[in-house]
Design a protein around this ligand. Structure first.
Ligand code: ADP
Length: 261
């Protein structure tokens, strides 16, 4: 094993457990808590949970921003109905601001057309995440939530190693066999002294529109077993509900009554 030069971007021993914390915040940004939202694969509701966390904290009177690093499905700007392009002022990128005051930066806010796919390779995405961390003027924040790309590939590693990430939250669904990627993320976080705050179970149940009974669409969940094994709390159970996706699709997620978290 070669000696650590604290430059994770040049190193191929990527999960060595060292954190370079090479990315520094813009001098105008002062952030109390930086929390990454992580999932093993796409489509499990990571962006939804990121949005709900931000909404919950804003309702508690906190100052909040979201860094949408998930270029595979950048759905945050759509859910909050914020439209680009982002612009720069005095050498810093200025985040867009949602109806309730959540600051948002996202790769899709750099595009002319949100329906364009983002066909970027890992290093370019990692570069974007760096820029959204170091070149954005977030001002004073209580929370910066980072919607991470799914999995433990390059970009997640960059976020783990190079940003001053305080903790992560893991999002899974009951049918997602909380697979080895989640286990790997927990182990990776532990190794790098990043706290795992807990697991959020999305699509945990549904409510029958006729009898209003709660039922488990996917049968018994495996989430509790993993949570118990790692002694992690389950931070929330979110039902599968067409009303939620409607709010997301119409850009009105901030009107949601219950954040379930
Ligand atoms: P990810 O970020 O993990 O790729 P998203 O949060 O973008 O997943 O969710 C994928 C899609 O599923 C979105 O259209 C979202 O509105 C929808 N969705 C997620 N969770 C729920 C839920 N609990 N109920 C209804 N729709 C949901």
């Amino acid at each position: 094993m070669s000696e650590c030069n604290h430059n994770c971007n040049e190193c191929n021993q990527k999960d060595c457990g060292e954190r370079s914390l090479a990315f520094k915040l813009h001098p105008s940004s002062h952030i109390k808590h930086t929390i990454g939202i992580f999932s093993a694969k796409g489509g499990v509701g990571k962006s939804l949970v990121t949005s709900l966390l931000a909404i919950k904290k804003v309702r508690e009177g906190k100052k909040v921003a979201i860094l949408d690093a998930d270029v595979t499905g950048p759905s945050i700007p759509k859910a909050f109905n914020v439209k680009g392009p982002l612009y720069a002022e005095e050498g810093a990128i200025i985040p867009l601001v949602s109806q309730t005051g959540i600051k948002i930066v996202s790769a899709s806010l750099l595009l002319d057309n949100n329906s364009q796919p983002i066909l970027w390779r890992g290093p370019l995405i990692a570069g974007m995440v760096k820029q959204f961390y170091t070149d954005v003027n977030y001002g004073d924040l209580d929370y910066l939530f980072i919607d991470m790309p799914p999995g433990t590939a390059d970009v997640s590693l960059t976020v783990f190693q190079s940003l001053n990430l305080e903790s992560i939250i893991i999002v899974t669904t009951p049918q997602d066999l909380v697979n080895e990627i989640v286990t790997k993320a927990i182990e990776m976080a532990k190794k790098m002294n990043i706290k795992v705050l807990g697991i959020v179970e999305n699509m945990a149940y549904a409510i029958c529109p006729d009898c209003h009974k709660k039922f488990k669409l996917f049968g018994e969940s495996h989430v509790k077993k993993v949570a118990d094994f790692y002694q992690l709390p389950i931070l929330g159970e979110i039902p599968i509900d067409p009303a939620i996706s409607k709010l997301v699709d119409s850009g009105m997620i901030e009107l949601i009554k219950d954040t379930y978290l």
